[in-house]
Design a binder for this molecule. Sequence first.
Ligand code: ZN
Length: 65
Amino acid sequence: MIDQKIQDHTKKILKVAAQIDAELSNGESKTVQCPICGNDMLAGKSAFNGHVWAVCKKCGASFMQ
Ligand SMILES: [Zn+2]
């Protein structure tokens, strides 16, 4: 059974990830708004392989692409 809430969160996080990917160059980082709790989320793009990552300071939501 699929948890609808988790699915919604995943969609929101993927949207933010795409936004970060579009806005940042490799090696850059910025603070964005967490799509889950609305607090500060530190996001960056790896200088090494261009992978996008982010972690929320408040709720701990994170991802790495
Ligand atoms: Zn959060």
